[in-house]
Structures are given as C-alpha cells and as structure tokens.
Design a protein around this ligand. Structure first.
Ligand code: NAI
Length: 256
C-alpha cells in the first residue's frame, strides 16, 4: 500500500480520510496535536503542534520516507488568535510540504483542504503569493497584520493562501512528477462547525445548508480527498475542487 501522511487526522474530515485510506490498504501516518478518543486507528501516529515552525519541523523529522501522499488538512477557526489561524492553516502546510519533499518516493501527491471561504470567486493571487514568499513565520504574519479586520479575515485569508499554495506546487513540482490539488468544502458537520458559528455567526453558517438542504458529512469531503490522493486522479493537478453541494455555484451566479 501507499504511505500517506494525514494532518489533523484525529477528528472530522481528517479522521474520515484516514479511515477510508486505511480501509483501502494505505499505511496512514496520522499527525495531530493530541490523540483524542475519537481518532481512527492508523498505522502510525505523531503527536505534534503545527502552529509553530519548530513544531512543523519536529513532525517532519519524525516521518521517515519514502512517503507517497501528503494530506495537509489540519485547520482551526478564528476562535484562535489570527496568528495561529494563519500558522496552522497556511504556513504549516507550506513548510511541512517543503520539509517532506526529499522524503517522497516517485510521483509525489499533495492534497490540501481549502475552503469555500478561500475567496473562491475573487482569489487574490498577488496577496497570497506575497505572503507565501516570506519564509520566516513572524515576518510573514507581520506582513498582513495591518489588513483590516485581520481577526476575522484570517480564516478566509489562510484558506486563500492554502489553495494558492497547492496550485503553485502543481507548477513547481511538475519536473519531479508531483501532483497537487485542493478540496474546498462548504459547511461540514464536524466539531469545527461550532467554532465557525461562534466566529462567523449562525446566519452565514446556516445559509448554505438552507440552500443545499444540509451540511456535508465529513465522509463526503474525505471521498474527494481520497480520489485526489489516488491514481484514479493521475491527470488532475493544480485544481481546487469545491465540495459544497453546489452552493458555490449558486453564489457565483448571484454575484455575476
Ligand atoms: P476538526 O476540528 O474536526 O479537525 C481538525 C483537526 O486538526 C483536529 O483533529 C485538530 O486537533 C487538528 N489540529 C488543529 N490545530 C492543530 C495543530 N496546531 N497541530 C496539529 N493538529 C491540529 O475540523 P474539520 O472540520 O475536520 O476540519 C478539517 C479541515 O477542513 C480544516 O482545514 C478546516 O479548515 C477545513 N474546512 C472545514 C469546514 C467545516 O465546515 N467543518 C469547511 C471548510 C473547510
């Protein structure tokens, strides 16, 4: 089987992804900040904190190659300080990928969990790339500290950066046969949804479920991640795949 690293494997979308991949015969290395009771059984677990560069480096050092797939899925909502949100959701994905690149076997595959809130229809590549180009975490974070309402904006910005990063990787990694894509869920019934209610508010969170009929189940997002992690998606790279019951398409049509 393939060796797959899944960050944020202990809950929600990551847990479902890790279970499905294990069922399919993959050797899953689950990374999370703590081993919660609800975490699925995987081949190996690494307890680590992806909110600091040192934490990311320790996780990368604990992983022996060769690995086949990296799923950058761990994420937090703006219930956390904005620096933490941008660190876990964006910088950790960038640098875990960078540190693990030498440990990949042939044809590396990377899948990121983005979000519909990652400015799907108005993605600001210049802003995301300016952030991604700053290697030092505190310098990168300082560079966006003056953006208006960063306490709230941080989540959407972090996802915009994560999605742009996943697309950039598809281009930069082509010469080594790397494929990289992201999956962008609408609202999903996981513990994180409560945190979104606390930050974005019930009205906005309910709007997509009102239109689509319900929130997604974590398994529905995991299925898309598993597809993009597998050889069945061998000719797909550089794509952000919305998995939102069609809500994003509806929003797009009401905007234009
Ligand atoms: P969740 O809260 O159930 O799972 C997230 C996992 O990431 C948890 O196990 C958590 O411990 C881990 N994590 C958080 N911070 C960490 C850190 N510093 N170090 C190591 N692990 C850490 O949430 P869910 O919903 O499964 O989220 C997974 C991904 O999906 C996230 O990137 C999230 O932003 C994204 N997403 C979720 C949506 C939703 O409505 N639930 C919508 C769109 C995107």
């Amino acid at each position: 089987g393939k060796t797959v690293v899944v960050t944020g494997y202990a809950s929600g979308i990551g847990a479902s992804t890790a279970s499905k991949l294990t069922e399919l015969g993959a050797l899953v290395i689950g990374v999370d900040r703590s081993d919660t009771g609800s975490a699925p059984r995987v081949a190996r677990t690494i307890v680590g904190d992806l909110s600091t560069y040192d934490g990311v480096r320790a996780v990368a050092e604990a992983i022996e190659g060769p690995i086949d797939v990296l799923v950058n899925n761990a994420g937090v909502a703006a219930t956390h300080p904005w620096r933490t949100v941008l660190s876990v959701n964006a910088l950790a994905a960038r640098d875990l990928t960078r540190l693990l690149l030498p440990k990949f076997g042939p044809q590396p595959v990377v899948v990121a969990t983005g979000s519909q809130t990652g400015f799907q229809w108005q993605r600001n590549f210049a802003r995301a790339n300016a952030f991604l180009e700053i290697d030092d975490w505190s310098d990168a974070l300082d560079s966006v500290s003056d953006l208006p309402d960063i306490d709230q904006l941080c989540y959407a910005l972090s996802k915009e950066v994560a999605i742009v990063h996943a697309g950039n990787l598809a281009v930069e990694g082509k010469r080594v046969g790397l494929r990289s894509n992201s999956v962008s869920p609408g609202t999903v019934g996981t513990p994180l949804l409560q945190d979104f209610r606390a930050t974005i508010g019930d009205e906005l969170i309910n709007r997509s479920a009102d239109w689509a009929g319900r929130h997604a189940a974590p398994e529905e997002i995991a299925d898309a991640i598993v597809f993009l992690a597998s050889a069945e998606s061998s000719w797909i790279s550089g794509v952000d795949l919305p998995v939102d019951g069609g809500y994003g398409s509806f929003i797009f049509r009401t905007l234009v």
